[in-house]
Design a protein around this ligand. Structure first.
Ligand SMILES: Cc1ncc(COP(=O)(O)O)c(C=O)c1O
Length: 356
């Protein structure tokens, strides 16, 4: 009988974390609800039938991405979203004997990719207030540790780690690949990309899915030391990126205004939402990303259902009881969220008062 590898059989079936995709206000997947650059759209509209009929080479895009990041193309691999970069690192460094250390709570796909290699996942809980658990991570390093992922700023908490703390971890595990997942870099502004090429076991992942509004196109970057990237490059298909992503990359990178305006709008909307929720007595963690983690306590489930009735999809975090992750959308969308939360709380208070 045909059987998959044991580690695959033991994986739980993937359950999409997103809510009802038909809801009009999608604030559950940290997508950019303002859309991509008009320059990207114009380039897409100008693609001709012949171009689409050809396999698209990755190298010109890699040169562009490397120039943009101040790296050499040999240190830069374009990936099918940051997801593929993470998967490639798992496939390159992990096997059944290996361990991969992450900080929890974490981005869900780390676990999925790790499990598919048969390696052991070691979750190090975040410190108080979801701060980066530098001491815990240092203690988690063993001779079996082959890969460590630091998400900076973190998803789903939004909390950022100090650069020197991350560097301590990278230096303490010279025999492990250490990935700094900078998916939300654009909202934060601090990076370890300047250390690529200087530290042999450091990798940085970036994505165009967030600030650039290209989640549907699937494009990301994996940066690392040339010696490592040249071997990892052997794994993916030479045509892992589609022609749309590769053709639009130059426009996406060139349109700094659209990215800057979106980042400003998002930071403003995030702080506005944080103040409004705090005023309603909801605890929120300080975020350096395009989302906010909020603790609605015992009424989390009821609130999610009420929001869905208002057409708003938010992201529950079953690993953080009572917590909901809210993607920062347009000001109008944020206003809709607050109005719906206020209405929910009012109805709840009235229902309580009505009980004799
Ligand atoms: C921390 C983190 N890493 C990676 C990704 C995946 O990004 P991509 O869409 O480029 O695969 C996400 C997406 O939400 C993320 O939050």
């Amino acid at each position: 009988m045909l059987t998959t590898r044991q580690c695959i059989r033991e994986m739980p079936e993937y359950a999409s974390p997103s809510g009802d995709p038909s809801l009009p206000v999608r604030l559950d997947l940290n997508e950019n609800t303002s859309g991509c650059s008009p320059r990207v759209l114009a380039r897409l509209r100008n693609l001709d039938a012949k171009k689409i009929a050809l396999y698209a080479p990755r190298e010109p895009g890699e040169k562009l991405a490397a120039d943009f990041l101040g790296l050499r193309p040999e240190e830069t691999l374009l990936t099918n979203g940051a997801d593929e970069g993470i998967d490639l690192l798992c496939r390159a460094y992990l096997d059944a004997e290996g361990e991969m250390a992450i900080v929890t709570p974490a981005f869900n796909m780390y676990e999925v990719f790790c499990q598919s290699t048969g390696a052991t996942l070691v979750g190090v809980p975040a410190a108080a207030e979801f701060r980066f658990p530098v001491e815990g991570l240092l203690k988690a390093i063993t001779p079996r540790t082959r890969l460590m992922i630091v998400t900076n700023p973190n998803n789903p908490t939004g909390v950022a780690a100090d650069r020197n703390d991350i560097l301590r971890v990278v230096e303490a595990a010279p025999d492990a690949a250490v990935l700094v997942d900078e998916a939300y870099f654009d909202f934060y502004g601090q990076t370890l990309i300047d250390q690529i090429g200087r530290i042999p076991n450091l990798f940085v992942a970036r994505t165009f899915s967030k600030a650039y509004g290209l989640a549907g196109m699937r494009i990301g970057i994996l940066a690392g030391a040339q010696e490592q990237i040249s071997e990892i490059r052997r794994i993916p298909s030479p045509f892992n990126l589609n022609v749309f992503a590769l053709e639009c990359l130059s426009e996406a990178l060139a349109d700094r205004e659209t990215v800057a305006a979106y980042v400003t709008q998002t930071r403003h909307g995030r702080e506005w939402l944080r103040q409004e929720l705090t005023a309603l007595g909801v605890k929120c963690w300080p975020s350096e990303t395009s989302f906010l983690l909020a603790d609605f306590g015992g009424y989390c489930e009821a609130l999610l259902a009420a929001m869905a009735r208002e057409g708003i999809a938010l992201r529950p975090r079953p690993d953080l009881p009572g917590c909901i992750r809210i993607t920062i959308g347009t000001q109008q969308e944020m206003q809709r969220v607050i109005t719906a939360v206020q209405q929910f709380m009012k109805t709840r208070t009235e229902a309580r008062q009505a009980v004799p």
